[in-house]
Design a protein around this ligand. Structure first.
Ligand SMILES: [Cu+2]
Length: 210
């Protein structure tokens, strides 16, 4: 078309000089504008996801020795512990091919700091229907905080292929009502807190019952 125009009229085509702003073709200007708008939209999406939707990047919380970690401190007895009012921490150990513990029972609206590490090779830790999704790297503790605001069962799975037993590597977060959680605590079903605390709570619960 341009070639035909040029041959017939000597006009190379394109916009008239009057349509140019600072020598920029209007189409080119519009595309430049469009790409700037896209960048703004992407930046807004990341900001909204980060602050409003509560997305977090799982941080490398600390470094550990994968050969000995299973017998050290809180890792020696992985599981859920109450650390304050409505505040919990969960330690989850990964190994071929299981998570310890296999079940975490959490009261509704509990804010849980979840720590995961591995004592052999790389695994993944994802709690379905939540945005908890972490790489689990031997020698490193991964941490995310999540508030469970819905009663139900949320299976956690290994998301990093780790050998023939990989598909069997799963567990469940069971979110229960406050009342059910207290009932479980006063029974033998669940251990939370240090032994002394758990004993104290159990005793207090028994007193309440009587
Ligand atoms: Cu796996």
């Amino acid at each position: 078309m341009t070639d035909v125009l040029e041959r017939e009229t000597g006009d190379p085509g394109g916009p008239d000089d009057a349509d140019l702003t600072m020598g920029i073709d209007p189409w080119e200007r519009n595309w430049m504008l469009f790409s700037v708008v896209l960048l703004v939209v992407f930046a807004a999406a990341v900001t909204i996801a980060g602050f409003a939707a509560g997305f977090q990047l799982p941080g490398a919380e600390s470094e550990v020795d994968p050969r000995t970690i299973a017998s050290e401190g809180r890792w020696a007895e992985p599981g859920l512990r109450e650390v304050g009012d409505g505040q919990f921490e969960a330690y989850v150990m990964s190994q071929l091919w299981s998570f310890s513990p296999r079940e975490l029972v959490v009261p509704i609206d509990a804010e849980v700091d979840i720590y995961v590490t591995s004592q052999d090779l790389q695994h993944g830790f994802k709690i379905t229907d939540t945005n908890v999704n972490m790489q689990v790297v031997p020698g490193q503790v991964s941490k995310l905080t999540y508030t469970f605001d819905e009663v139900g069962e949320f299976p956690y799975i290994c998301t990093e292929y780790c050998g023939q037993g990989h598909a069997a590597m799963f567990g469940t977060v069971r979110v229960v009502s406050e009342a059910e959680f207290e009932a479980l605590q006063s029974g033998d079903g669940v251990t939370t807190g240090d032994d002394a605390d758990a004993g104290g709570e159990a005793a207090a619960a028994t007193e309440d019952d009587g």
